[in-house]
Design a protein around this ligand. Structure first.
Ligand code: ADE
Length: 248
C-alpha cells in the first residue's frame, strides 16, 4: 500500500521529508518525487505546485507513475466562514471548483461530462486526519515562538470538516468571498488546488483527503498574513498531522 503525500508549500514538504527513511529521489515532469518510509508506511512525497493545472498534473503522475493507492494533501487556505480563525484547520468533507462555469451547457460549477459538482473525500482518511490534530496545539506551543502565535492571535485551534472551494484565484477581497458564498453557502475555505486534485483522484478512484490550515481571512488582509504565516507557523501543522495519520 503506497500513500501519496502532497504539500502545497515547499516548507511543509521539507518538514515531512525530515521524517522519511530510505529516501530515493526521482525527477519527473519538472517535479521531485521522494519515495521512502514514514514509520512502517511506504510513501511518495511531492510539492504540488500552485494552481489547478499544476496540482492536477502532479497528482496524475503520483497515481500513474508512482502508483499510489491513497492521497493525503495538505496546505493552507483562506477562511470563507468568518467563524474560522487563522490557525484553525479544515478537513475536506467535499470540494468543488468555484471558477468552473460551462453554462448553459452544464450547471454552474459542474465538471463537464462527469455530472459531478462536489467531490467527496474518503471517510476513513477524513477521520484519521481529524484525530491526528489531537495534541496539535500543545505541540505548536513547544515549536513556535510565543510572539508568532500572539501575532496571528492563535490561542487555541479548532479542526472542522467542511466544503472547500478551489479556483485559479488568490482571494483577497471580502466581496469575492461573499460571491462564492452566495453560490455555495456551505463553503468554509478557499484555496487553489484541492478541487482539481479531487477531480483527478475521482477519475482514478483514489481515496483522498485534503487538509488545510487557515492562513488568512480571504479578505483585504490576506496578502499581508500569507507569507509570514507560511514561514513561521504552517509547516508545523502539516508535519504533525501527516506523521500523526501515519502513526495511527
Ligand atoms: N490559499 C491560502 N489563502 C488563500 C486565499 N485567500 N485564496 C486562495 N488560496 C489561498
Amino acid at each position: 500500500m503506497r500513500i501519496g503525500i502532497m504539500g502545497a508549500m515547499t516548507e511543509e514538504v521539507d518538514s515531512i521529508h525530515s521524517h522519511m527513511t530510505n529516501v530515493k529521489e526521482f525527477e519527473h515532469g519538472d517535479r521531485k518525487y521522494y519515495i521512502g518510509n514514514i514509520n512502517s508506511h511506504e510513501v511518495v512525497l511531492v510539492f504540488s505546485r500552485w494552481g489547478k493545472v499544476a496540482s492536477a498534473a502532479t497528482v496524475t503522475s503520483l497515481i500513474t507513475e508512482f502508483k499510489i493507492d491513497h492521497l493525503i494533501f495538505t496546505g493552507v487556505a483562506g477562511a470563507a466562514d468568518p467563524s474560522l480563525n487563522i490557525g484553525d484547520i479544515v478537513v475536506s468533507e467535499q470540494l468543488y471548483q468555484h471558477d468552473m462555469d460551462a453554462r448553459p451547457l452544464f450547471k454552474k460549477h459542474q465538471i463537464p461530462l462527469t455530472k459531478i459538482t462536489f467531490f467527496q473525500a474518503d471517510p476513513l482518511l477524513k477521520e484519521k486526519a481529524h484525530r491526528a490534530t489531537d495534541g496539535l496545539f500543545a505541540s505548536l506551543t513547544a515549536k513556535i515562538p510565543a510572539e508568532s502565535l500572539a501575532r496571528f492571535n492563535i490561542r487555541e485551534l479548532k479542526c472542522r470538516f467542511g466544503t472547500i472551494a478551489t479556483g485559479d484565484q488568490f482571494i483577497y477581497s471580502r466581496e469575492r468571498t461573499e460571491a462564492i458564498l452566495a453560490d455555495v453557502p456551505e463553503t468554509v475555505a478557499v484555496e487553489m488546488e484541492g478541487g482539481a486534485v479531487a477531480q483527478v483522484c475521482n477519475d482514478y478512484k483514489i481515496p483522498f483527503v485534503v487538509i488545510r490550515t487557515i492562513s488568512d481571512k480571504a479578505d483585504h488582509t490576506s496578502e499581508i498574513d500569507f507569507p509570514a504565516f507560511i514561514n513561521e507557523v504552517a509547516r508545523h501543522y502539516s508535519e504533525h498531522i501527516v506523521t500523526g495519520m501515519l502513526r495511527l
